[in-house]
Design a protein around this ligand. Structure first.
Ligand SMILES: NCC(=O)CCC(=O)O
Length: 84
């Protein structure tokens, strides 16, 4: 298992590592990435829930098999909540 951190600045590395080695590849969305989204949301610069989901989707698009994130409880709620 490979873990790449920090995650978001290294999405290209996530993709290259996954392609090169073909091993389970995880990204770590570190505290600074968490803090940036939290701070921006507190300033009403973005919608926190949407930013969280978009950031996690970016990891999946890069090829990550999973993401280690401080947003895990929130993300679990968001993706299990009924939509509409
Ligand atoms: N071994 C602990 C970490 O790598 C923490 C990184 C972070 O969340 O800033």
């Amino acid at each position: 298992m490979l873990l790449i951190k920090p995650g978001m600045p290294y999405l290209d590395i996530v993709a290259r590592v996954k392609r090169q080695f073909g091993l389970p590849t995880y990204a770590f969305q570190v505290s600074g990435e968490y803090a940036m989204i939290k701070a921006a949301a507190l300033n009403n610069w973005l919608d926190e829930d949407q930013a969280v989901l978009e950031s996690l989707l970016a990891f999946k698009r890069a090829g990550a098999d999973g993401v280690v994130t401080y947003f895990a409880p929130q993300a679990a709620q968001l993706i299990s909540a009924p939509s509409g």
